[in-house]
Design a protein around this ligand. Structure first.
Ligand code: FMN
Length: 217
């Protein structure tokens, strides 16, 4: 598959089949994803692949934590965001609504508990960063995440990055015995998408390029 086709086709999936993904396939995807560039080739990323009953245990723990703490999916902004940006998020959720209606689900619950459950995917990938690194190394994690989701697509697998789980990092570290000095930066749901689920027909829009670029000639 051409790279451009993969970029155009890829999207986040929010319903998965329970079919397992082999360890060999996960390794192949990670091997390719870690061809990503990083500052001084530090390759600061660390991956944890959680599958089987352990993944179910992780989901149960995260859903419990969500129900107790009620921290929802959100942009995590530290000051008010520009209105244009806020509107993009609101528009995306609005466009998802008909699919939620078709499924007869509560959108908040579907997104928040779904995220905690990695939307039923059989594999949860956690990407971690040692806390000795500065914030700027999060760029490297973002790049490897981008590679990962594209390579997974090439393998016929679906993904959904899951940022919500970082709100429950303490619970994750406790359950999976992750050392205190590791930060869980992002999770990714990985599996074969359930193409019969209405939500997987949703494709999010993108802003016109002219609103995103300022040319200085
Ligand atoms: C860093 C990051 C965190 C995300 N966290 C979540 C999440 O917690 N739950 C979720 O349903 N989607 C999450 N997403 C998926 C985004 O909502 C999705 O990428 C965006 O709406 C664009 O849609 P697309 O991936 O289908 O192109 C996240 C994406 C990124 C890049």
């Amino acid at each position: 598959m051409e790279l451009i086709t993969a970029i155009q086709e890829r999207k986040s999936f929010r319903a998965f089949k329970s079919d397992p993904v082999s360890k060999g396939t996960i390794e192949k995807i990670l091997k390719l994803a870690t061809q990503a560039p990083s500052a001084i080739n530090l390759q600061p990323w660390e991956f944890i692949a959680v599958t089987g009953e352990e993944k179910e245990r992780l989901s149960r723990r995260l859903i419990k934590a969500y129900r107790e703490k009620q921290i929802s999916c959100g942009p995590g902004n530290v000051k008010p965001m520009p209105k244009t940006v806020t509107l993009r998020g609101a528009k995306t959720l609005q466009l998802m609504n008909p699919f939620f209606e078709e499924m007869g689900v509560n959108p908040d619950r579907f997104i928040n508990e779904g995220s905690c459950n990695f939307y039923g995917a059989p594999v949860a990938i956690l990407i971690c960063l040692d806390d000795s690194f500065p914030k700027s190394r999060l760029v490297d994690i973002g790049i490897v995440l981008g590679y990962f989701i594209l390579v997974a697509h090439e393998f016929g697998l679906g993904t959904c990055p899951i940022g919500l789980i970082t709100a429950y990092e303490d619970e994750i570290k406790d359950l999976l015995n992750i050392p205190e000095n590791k930060r869980v930066v992002i999770g990714v749901a990985l599996g074969y998408p359930d193409l019969n689920s209405p939500i997987n027909r949703f494709k999010s829009p993108r802003e016109d390029l002219e609103t995103l670029i300022r040319w200085i000639d």
